[in-house]
Design a binder for this molecule. Structure first.
Ligand code: GAL
Length: 822
């Protein structure tokens, strides 16, 4: 009895006073930043008091200014078929991301713990991490998450200095990579016996759809000594009694198999996540717990993914076609510095379109983004590289590939394998080696390495030269052959491959600028206009790419095409094709949403086809065409209904229906478009009202949409994506500003300059109007509307209360919106 009481006392002591909990802290505030490049900066006693105080995630380049001289590349872009070098100005965003940046952080570390780690979720780029003046780790690829054991560098009960040197080389990227500690840094403190970072995995081995059971494989990697110790791994899950278990630990690697019952399978439609709590406990001889060494709770999902000749891609046994988009990692106005709310904002917008997947082109994703994909229900192709040995730009990843690919792939997989959202890994995008001798061997080696690290997911790669990739055997190696564009080669590739299926790993690359319409309306390849914009009639593309419909014909008519990833969900900084040589132009035109996250017309086109739940009725263009009176001004309707009638000022322009065509590509005619769009090509413009009435298959009227010719700009309207945000100094609201006339009609050509003021418990974070040719800074609260709209990013402070945002523009009434924080 006394012994028991004593043990209990010890147990309570240890648990309450001997720190049974690990500590995981995001090192967010009070980093010091400088561009000074002096090696003594890494020293502890270096005077850093004059350095800029910044918060991490941080992108040192996003404030600009934009300048064509930054990373001006005089190159021939081989991927685009160029053979002669020419000046490419905005290729990597025309922002000052090149050079050296130092970060320093003073952290007091008390002596409570035995082990200390730093987890960098990526650092752009070539990070060298010094602890108290000594180099602790070095990495190269800016997208790779890495963990450093800093235990031996730490001085306990003292101030410690973490110093990070980063360096970005010119001509090292085909897009804007961002600069600095653009992803979070975490300090992890544990006791000697602890869970290894990324060491816990729950894998779905198999599922049974009939009785809702699943076989799981649990893998746990531990740090510390376990021989001759009485240490147990205790696991509990409030959702599965079957999982509540305890095992004696004999060595550092544990594998257990378990059947679970009453499972809800994870899917985009039902993204169910479960919690698993793991504890490392030590018992005395009587079986009483004397120490809890470590505790960790992970989230996992249960789902089954498969690709097969018979069913193509299946999730939980159900065949489905992936409706995905490719995403670059930048977040427009925030640059590369990630923010959970901003990532969430993007994903939520994509979901409203019926999109169910993203491809993290062309690099290792952030943990926060993957967590959001898990919880929101978005499948992921997690990619790794844009180049291997053969360079696509002079100082790109090829400089490091040979020495680093294994480590980079390893970290990609280990850091991410627990995410149910990830359905496949990609070992590369348009890798030139696809057409070179031994390219297939390298692909096989890399794929095998990924399988070794995670046998539960298939591996893919995006191929843009399928003939070459077939002749070298590269395409044959891949678990999932991924085609980038080349819709006319799908049939041929399918017939030559053993797989019995193909993925559109990258599709469309249609070009448009939000709210810009060009006349006459005709299909145009690589077309350039004087204003540096592309037409939003969605008829423009590059010589290698196509319009959405060419992909859809394949997706819809060919069973063996397992889905697509559209290039791209959002416009991104850099790669301003077709204006690579035009200044000013510094961001892309490929997005379904613009750089500000505002939907282009194409959003409604994809939504009409992908989102089967919600009604879509969208008319284009706008109807403010002073000077076009009497001229042909085609009108398109993007809708999920098959039939519609259009009226101009009450006069019918005809009732038309979508036409089925088996046509595979445009062949200089636009007939294929009529399968998915309703087009009135001969409408004559007169100001007033455009109205469309839509009908379903039975001829029943299902809804209508109106567009009016607006009057002069009169006042600004502000709409926030969320009216309540968290008062944590991180959460963000995105506010769309619209210019409207006195009756509230949207003014689609307004370009007024607005000033933004933020009052109360929030701060201004960024502004963006989606205009690829704008040189206005994202970080100054002053910007012109682009075609009547722009977006403003506001961040909460740590104090709960209210934020008031006011947008002012000379000659019109202010806009105002309130957001609450708690
Ligand atoms: C692809 C490439 C992408 C992007 C795109 C533009 O070939 O994989 O990174 O450059 O073209 O259309």
């Amino acid at each position: 009895m006394w012994l028991k009481l004593f043990s209990f006392f010890i147990f309570v002591m240890y648990n309450s006073f001997v720190f049974s909990q690990r500590q995981e802290i995001y090192l967010k505030n009070n980093w010091l930043f400088s561009h000074e490049d002096n090696i003594i900066n890494s020293y502890v006693d270096f005077d850093d008091t004059s350095w800029e105080v910044v918060c991490v995630p941080h992108d040192w380049a996003i404030a600009g200014p934009f300048d064509k001289e930054f990373d001006k590349q005089v190159v021939a872009i081989e991927q685009n078929g160029e053979t002669i070098a020419s000046e490419k100005t905005g290729r990597s965003g025309a922002l000052p991301w090149i050079g050296v940046g130092w970060y320093r952080k003073h952290v007091y570390i008390d002596g409570k713990f035995d082990r200390y780690f730093l987890n960098f979720d990526g650092a752009m780029s070539s990070p060298k991490v010094y602890i108290n003046g000594k180099i602790a780790e070095e990495w190269k690829y800016g997208y790779t998450p890495f963990v450093i054991d800093i235990t031996s560098f730490v001085i306990k009960n003292s101030d410690n200095v973490i110093a990070v040197r980063l360096e970005n080389l010119p001509e090292s990227s085909r897009w804007y990579p961002g600069a600095g500690l653009y992803r979070p840094v975490k300090l992890i403190s544990t006791f000697s016996n602890s869970f290894k970072e990324w060491g816990i995995n729950v894998e779905t081995e198999s599922i049974n759809n009939n009785d809702y059971t699943a076989d799981l494989k649990l893998e746990v990697d531990l740090l510390g000594e376990y021989k001759n110790r009485n240490i147990y791994l205790n696991i509990t899950s409030s959702d599965f009694l079957d999982l509540n278990k305890e095992f004696i630990v004999k060595d550092n690697h544990i594998i257990k198999y378990n059947k679970v019952h009453n499972v809800e399978f994870w899917s985009p439609e039902n993204p169910v996540l479960y919690d698993l709590e793991l504890k490392l406990i030590e018992k005395d001889e009587s079986g009483n717990i004397i120490i809890t060494h470590d505790t960790k709770t992970v989230k996992f999902g249960i789902r089954n993914i498969k690709v097969s000749e018979e069913h193509g891609f299946t999730l939980n046994g159900n065949p489905r076609k992936i409706k995905g988009v490719c995403l670059h990692h930048d977040l427009g106005m925030l640059g590369a510095a990630i923010n959970r709310a901003a990532l969430c904002h993007q994903l939520v917008l994509l979901k409203t379109m019926g999109c169910d997947a993203i491809r993290t082109s062309h690099n290792i994703p952030s943990q926060w983004q993957m967590e959001l994909c898990d919880s929101l229900g978005i499948m992921v192709m997690a990619e790794s590289f844009d180049m291997w040995i053969y360079p696509k730009c002079k100082n790109g990843y090829s400089l490091y590939f040979k020495d680093w690919w294994k480590r980079d792939l390893e970290n990609l997989v280990l850091a991410n394998r627990l995410h149910p959202s990830i359905i496949m890994w990609s070992i590369g995008n348009e890798i030139p080696e696809q057409g070179m001798a031994n390219g297939n061997e390298l692909a096989r080696k890399m794929q095998n390495w990924v399988h070794y690290l995670d046998k539960s997911r298939p591996v893919t790669a995006g191929m843009d030269r399928i003939d070459n990739a077939l002749s070298t055997g590269y395409a044959q190696v891949l678990d999932i052959p991924g085609m980038n564009y080349r819709t006319n080669k799908y049939e041929m590739a399918y017939s030559k491959l053993r797989h019995g299926f193909l993925l559109g790993s990258e599709t469309a690359s249609t070009l448009s600028s939000r709210g810009v319409y060009k006349f006459p309306v005709e299909l145009r390849k690589n077309y350039q206009y004087d204003d540096g914009q592309c037409s939003s009639y969605d008829v423009e593309y590059c010589w290698w790419s196509n319009l959405p419909e060419e992909d859809w014909v394949l997706q819809d008519d060919k069973e063996w095409v397992i889905g697509e990833f559209v290039w791209t969900g959002f416009d991104y900084l850099g790669e301003p094709t077709p204006y690579d040589e035009y200044w000013p132009s510094r961001s892309s035109y490929f997005g379904i949403f613009d750089l500000a996250g505002l939907p282009k017309d194409r959003y409604y086109l994809y939504r009409s086809h992908w989102n089967k739940q919600d009604q879509t009725i969208h008319l284009l263009p706008h109807w403010n065409w002073e000077g076009r009176e009497g001229l042909i001004t085609p009108v398109y309707c993007y809708t999920n209904y098959p039939t519609a009638e259009l009226f101009v000022n009450g006069k019918s322009q005809g009732k038309i229906s979508k036409k089925h065509t088996d046509e595979m590509n445009f062949n200089n005619n636009t007939e294929l478009l009529d399968r998915y769009r309703l087009r009135w090509n001969n409408v004559v413009y007169e100001p007033g009202e455009l109205k469309v009435i839509v009908y379903d298959e039975m001829g029943i009227q299902r809804g209508e949409e109106h567009v009016f010719t607006s009057g002069k700009p009169h006042h600004i309207e502000l709409k926030a994506d969320r009216s309540v945000i968290t008062a944590d100094g991180e959460d963000m609201a995105f506010i769309t500003a619209y210019m409207v006339d006195k009756d509230g009609n949207f003014c689609p050509t307004a370009d007024n300059l607005i000033d933004v003021s933020v009052y109360g418990n929030g701060v201004f974070k960024g502004i963006c109007n989606g205009n690829p040719t704008s040189l206005e800074s994202f970080t100054v609260p002053r910007m012109h509307f682009f075609n009547g709209m722009l977006s403003i990013g506001i961040m909460s402070t740590n104090d709960a209360g209210e934020i008031t945002v006011v947008a002012h523009s000379t000659g019109v009434k202010d806009g105002l919106v309130n957001i609450y924080t708690k």
